[in-house]
Design a protein around this ligand. Structure first.
Ligand code: NAG
Length: 326
């Protein structure tokens, strides 16, 4: 795919659709990918939350939202809130990563909610990414532990959701450094790709300049192509582009789009988003770019995120605004 020189953007909200073409007849998985338009710069928005399975608080405190004086974080409400938001609008999608939390939440749901969540997974609207019990560190972790914790998460997902739940992408967005063995294990687990958020700043600058933020990692000296893994460094850590965090944890402005009011910012927000997309695209080799919208324990009020994302996507894709900008 060659880099597009055109000015038009197509923004789609997506789960992770990178990698090989579809392999199963389900409506989930790659079947549900929006392949965009080859003549445009295609921006794939990935809505996500990053939920540490134990950091400044205990796992129980993080799940319930206890000791919010230490850090405001409450995973039970995040999952409640995301499921309601997905139910409200079938265009919305979300990825979830940390099965240690999801398992606790799942066990507290009614049969009706469980059925609804299974339907979201079957439609490719809720996608498990990585799917370990947690997002393990890569420096101090023994490979047996990595395999064990991924087995535990994957087995829960298999029992609760079957084939449509199977994670296909590694998601190591917060570890401080990346090991070749982790990538090799992911390739051997059958993953089609890996994304991470942190890399040395000089490495990022060089890769940004040479459009090599995405690469194929040859993850093992012995295993050959079996260990090759598509790997991408995310554009902005794992956060939204600057000034586009709609979460209650941020203080960026919402999209204000009522033209009978004075505080109308939609045109400026569209212009700024298009600029951010082109700046980002400069560091990537193709006309399909990923944009994460999420962060640590975000989406506790998922409506706030999705309501503004819905508007952003609508207005950026609307010809009238794009034409006005040229
Ligand atoms: C990548 O390069 C583009 C174009 O020069 C620039 O706008 C952007 O800020 C760079 N990003 C990083 C992280 O260096």
């Amino acid at each position: 795919m060659h880099f597009s020189t055109c000015c038009e953007l197509l923004v789609v909200i997506t789960t992770l659709c990178y990698g090989a073409p579809s392999r199963s007849a389900n409506t989930c998985g790659y079947e549900t990918c929006n392949l965009g338009d080859p003549s445009k710069l295609n921006v794939h928005i990935v809505a996500h939350t990053h939920d540490d399975v134990g950091w400044l608080k205990t796992v129980d405190q993080y799940f319930y939202g206890a000791r919010n004086d230490i850090q405001h974080a409450a995973v039970q409400y995040i999952l409640d809130s995301v499921i309601i938001a997905l139910d409200e609008n079938p265009d919305r999608r979300f990825i979830y990563v940390e099965v240690g939390f999801f398992w606790r939440w799942w066990n507290q749901q009614t049969g009706d909610i469980q059925t609804k969540v299974q339907q979201f997974v079957n439609e490719g609207r809720l996608e498990f990414i990585s799917g370990g019990w947690c997002m393990n560190d890569e420096a101090s972790t023994h490979y047996n532990s990595i395999i064990d914790q991924h087995t535990l998460g994957a087995e829960f997902i298999r029992q609760a959701f079957g084939e449509c739940g199977r994670p296909k992408i590694g998601w190591q967005i917060d570890p401080f450094g990346h090991s070749r063995e982790q990538a090799s294990l992911f390739a051997q687990m059958g993953f089609d790709g890996l994304f991470f958020g942190r890399a040395d700043y000089e490495d990022i600058q060089t890769r940004n300049r040479t459009k090599t933020r995405e690469m194929v990692w040859k993850a093992s000296a012995n295993l050959g192509e079996q260990s090759w893994l598509f790997t991408g460094i995310l554009p902005n850590g794992y956060g939204a582009p600057n000034s586009f965090c709609f979460d209650y944890r941020c203080s960026d402005n919402p999209i204000m789009d009522d033209n009978r009011r004075f505080d109308l910012n939609v045109q400026e927000r569209v212009r700024s988003f298009i600029q951010a997309a082109h700046d980002e695209a400069a560091g990537y080799a193709t006309n399909h770019i990923i944009m994460t919208f999420g962060g640590d324990f975000q989406y506790e009020d998922a409506n706030q995120n999705f309501k503004n994302l819905d508007k952003l996507i609508k207005y950026v894709n609307a010809e009238v605004y794009i034409n006005n900008l040229q």
